[in-house]
Design a protein around this ligand. Structure first.
Ligand code: PAF
Length: 280
């Protein structure tokens, strides 16, 4: 498995593969890979002849008070995981390679990005869309893989691909959880032992919401209430949002009829964690 630092190296490699008629899958990541990323790579390896994993902590998607500087990084470990999972190339550019000094073009979206995480992270999705569009143009994959844990991101990327006619299939992969239910996330490493225990309230509260959905509850407010109460019972938890939205438009719903996304963002101490359930 190769590690490429430049756009040119990636382009040359992909060109070579294309000459041989091989299909290419892309798994975009910010590194510090865990089982969740591994499941994306596994899926990509199963569906494509060659797999590129990008490892790039994208400065453009972090707000000024967010954790860009402290975001965990470990390329050696990431490379070992990618190699063991059967990836063919890691693309690990420096920020200067992706954003030259006079960089001034962005991909932005009027719908889907204003609510949920977009409310407290106003520039986040502009940064995500811009870097993902750049990665799509550099790697030109047949398919790209995104985790359902970042459900809003998955919906936004699907919309961008449709709006801008990228000929790329977007594959959404299920949330991978720790044995006790906590959704895997690179940010889980920020949690102290006490916070790690408290963080369980995210998946537990969603479990209660899911039980209501399974029992046929159609009142979205009722589901939000049950989840909110459960989270509020944990002293270390502070709610950013608990939302019940249409899974296609991400607009809030009152009555659950079609596909629905129940999404939460919760601070455990200083660490902001997200989780969700999707009912198709
Ligand atoms: O989900 C992530 O890790 C990032 O938002 C992504 C898609 C790699 C873009 O930087």
């Amino acid at each position: 498995m190769k590690i490429a630092e430049t756009i040119q190296e990636v382009r040359e490699q992909v060109k070579e593969w294309r000459k041989q008629g091989l299909s290419v899958g892309l798994v975009p990541t910010m590194g510090y890979l865990h089982e969740g990323h591994k499941s994306l790579i596994d899926c990509a390896v199963a569906q494509n002849d060659k797999v590129v994993v990008s490892v790039f902590v994208n400065p453009m998607q972090f707000g000024p008070t967010e954790d860009l500087a402290t975001y965990p990084r470990d390329l050696e470990r990431d490379a070992a995981l990618c190699e063991a999972a059967g990836a063919d190339l890691i693309f690990h550019p420096q920020p200067e390679e992706m954003y030259h000094d006079d960089f001034s073009s962005f991909v932005d979206m009027n719908t889907l990005t204003g609510g949920l995480c977009g409310k407290t992270r106003p520039i986040h999705f502009r940064g995500v869309c811009t870097i993902v569009a750049k990665l799509f143009n550099i790697v030109t994959p047949d398919r790209a893989y995104f985790g359902q844990k970042d459900a809003q991101q998955l919906a936004v990327i699907r919309h961008m691909v449709s709006d801008l006619n990228f000929g790329i299939e977007i594959v959404g992969c299920p949330i991978i959880r720790e044995e006790d239910g906590l959704a895997k996330s690179s940010r889980n490493t920020y949690l102290s032992a006490e916070e790690r225990k408290a963080a369980l309230v995210l998946s537990q509260s969603l479990k209660e919401g899911k039980a209501l959905l399974d029992a046929g509850e159609k009142n979205a407010e009722k589901i939000r209430q049950v989840i909110t109460e459960k989270i509020n019972s944990e002293p270390l938890a502070k709610i950013d949002y608990v939302e019940t939205v249409d899974w296609n438009t991400l607009e809030p719903v009152d009555t659950i009829e079609g596909p629905v996304l129940v999404a939460i963002a919760v601070y455990i101490g200083k660490t902001r964690l997200i989780d969700n359930i999707i009912r198709q």
